[in-house]
Structures are given as C-alpha cells and as structure tokens.
Design a protein around this ligand. Structure first.
Ligand SMILES: [Mn+2]
Length: 365
C-alpha cells in the first residue's frame, strides 16, 4: 500500500494487520456457508496475505447448495472442514476472524474459545448478536451483503485489484456472486452493494459467474419443495411449513423451499423448517425465514417468537429480508423406530407452529 487509506475502518484494519506479520489466522464461516460468506473469507485471506499473514478458511458443517459447490469447484477455493468433535490444537491459530457471521451460527466458535484463540475481527451485516468481543468490529446490518463491505475494503486501497492477476479476478467473481445472491439479485441492494458491484464489475469473469448462477435444482431439493408446498399453512399472509427429516447434506433445501414459497401471491413471509440429522446421529431443527415485508425484522421476529436456549443464546437471528434458526434436540436426538420418529416430528412441528402463531397473534384451530 503505497498511498494513504482515507476510510477510518479500513485504515484501522490495515494498522492492526501490520503488527501481525507471520501470524496464522482462522477465518470462521457459519456451519452452512453461503456464497456471501465464502467470498468474504477469500477477500480477508487475500488482504491478510499482503501483510504476511497466512490463514485457513474453516467451517464446521456442510456445503450442500449446488451453487456453492459450483462456486468452490469453478474458482478453486480451498475451504477447510473441521470436525466439531475434534479439538482445535492450542497455538495452531494466533487469531480468529469471523466474516458474515458473529460466531452464533458456527460450532467452531466454542472450539476456538477452548483453544484460547483471541477474536481479532468481526465483519458482518447481520444484526449485532453480542456473542464475541473482537478487537476490530465492522457490523453494518443495513447493507444487503457482507461481500459489499469486504469489497469496500478493497476499493479503499487495502488491496487494489489488478486485471493481470487471475486470483484477483476470481476473487472479484466470487464477491460479485456474493453480492448478487445475498441481495436477491440486487432487489434488496443498498447504495454500498451497488457501489461495490460497480467496482468489481470490470474484473469479473462473466462466463464463470453465469455457470455458477445457473445450477439446476437437485432432485432432493425438488422433493423438499413438493413437501413444503403440501404441508404449508397460510395465516395472515404468513406461510409456515415443516418438511420433516433431512440429511445434513440436504439441509440447503430448506432455504430454497422458503424462497420458492415466497413467490406465492398474498404471502409476504415464509418460515420453512425441518429436522436435520448429522452423520453422528445428532438432530437439530433448522429453519429459514424469508420475507418481502419491509417493516418485518427477521432478527427481532425470530428472537421474539422462539426465545433463548438454556445456554442463553437466541435460537435464531437474521438480517434484512432473511433469517434462520437452529434448535438442538439434545436428549431427544438419535435414530428411532418409525413410530417414535413420527411422534417426535409431530411434536416439534406443532410446537414450532404454535410459537409462530402466537407471535403473529392467532390461535391454532
Ligand atoms: Mn450474508
């Protein structure tokens, strides 16, 4: 960086990184990373590299959405899957950095705490989750994508993209995809999302972007959408649908079903949920909320409807137009015979629906 950086946040980050040459950072993604998160991690890694800092991009869950798989393959992105049953060795990382999340949606947050890895930075666009105490914080809940925020760091000169560098053009392609996908094809884009997209545009590989974005839905996703359609209950322009049991590699069918149900006329808000079974038999309810209603805050709505767990954290949270929640089944987890599995699903399905019904002020008939 030959020239001076004017933006306070950007120069603040540069200052922090300048003192950390030779360090190794863990860039932590949510357990089910999306294109926005993945592109932000690539951007942070590229920035840190300039300061002589190596980093790993870590996630503890699964990558199942066909667009994400295409993104990773086509751009040759290396992400490190970390088994959340395996401790993170002390001393492996000097610092942890969270992008597009604040530690509440990653099973690795606790592992990093146990390994006493300090949190260096949080850069995110979700509402403040108050989980971490980072040295550097940049949370902008009004921005449509976190990729737009990271792109702002690039355009302010912390890392100037060069046309001659294929890795820069790949990064620009990933960030553009992050911005476009997290803003619903720019429909919910803010001024920063547009400005960042404009900055990236000359560097983007258009053919790769087209290929990433035109992945077809898998058979399983179509099947989950069918079930979500059949099970949906619509009240007061809200649509709720439980889709039953899913394997963890099918989990991304939930937000895709929610996106689909949101296209029904009169519906402004959709919640789709199911029980996701992990490879080790643990069961967790995963839910996605999508809304087109400007006055509805997904973050507040989910926190108020579902409340907090025994550990004190909220079951859910969100950003503009979208949110999600996770409820661990704990003792009730595990492979059961068909009867018990059916009763278990019925119980959770009704309980969740009841919570949402009472939040919107209606009685279940
Ligand atoms: Mn995001």
């Amino acid at each position: 960086m030959a020239h001076e950086i004017k933006d306070k946040l950007v120069s603040g980050l540069a200052e922090l990184l300048r003192e950390r040459e030779g360090e190794r950072h863990a860039i932590v993604l949510q357990d089910f990373p999306d294109p926005d998160a993945i592109s932000c991690a690539m951007a942070y890694r590229a920035i840190a590299e300039l300061f002589g800092i190596e980093s790993d991009i870590l996630y503890g869950g699964r990558i199942s959405h066909q667009e994400n798989i295409a993104l990773i393959h086509l751009l040759g992105i290396d992400l490190l899957w970390w088994d959340h049953d395996k401790p993170i060795p002390r001393g492996r990382y000097h610092s942890a950095v969270f992008v597009d999340n604040q530690g509440t949606t990653s099973t690795l947050t606790e592992l990093l705490e146990i390994a006493e890895v300090p949190v260096l930075a949080v850069i995110d666009h979700h509402a403040d989750q108050e989980r971490l105490e980072p040295l550097f914080i940049d949370i902008r809940p009004t921005v449509g994508s976190c990729a737009a925020i990271l792109t702002h760091y690039l355009s302010e000169g912390i890392l100037s993209l060069k046309m001659a560098k294929p890795e820069h053009r790949k990064l620009a392609t990933a960030l553009m995809h992050g911005i476009v996908s997290d803003t619903g094809s720019m429909i919910h884009a803010t001024a920063l999302d547009f400005a960042s997209a404009a900055y990236l545009q000359p560097f983007v590989y258009p053919d790769i972007l087209i290929e990433i974005m035109h992945q077809q839905r898998s058979h399983k996703v179509m099947e989950v959408i069918r079930v979500a359609l059949a099970n949906r209950v619509i009240r007061e322009n809200f649509c709720f649908s439980g889709v039953g049991y899913l394997r963890s590699d099918e989990r991304d069918a939930i937000p895709q079903a929610a996106d689909f149900l949101l296209t029904e006329e009169t519906v402004h808000t959709v919640v789709v949920y199911g029980i996701v079974i992990n490879a080790d038999g643990d069961e967790v309810i995963h839910g996605s909320l999508r809304t087109t209603k400007n006055t509805l805050s997904p973050d507040v709505f989910l926190k108020e409807a579902l409340g907090r767990s025994e550990e004190g954290g909220y079951y859910g949270g969100g950003k503009t137009m979208a949110g999600g929640f996770e409820i661990k089944l704990g003792f009730l987890s595990g492979h059961d015979d068909a009867d018990l599995a059916h009763i278990k699903w019925e119980t959770f399905d009704r309980k969740i629906r009841k919570k949402f019904f009472s939040k919107i002020g209606i009685e279940e008939s």
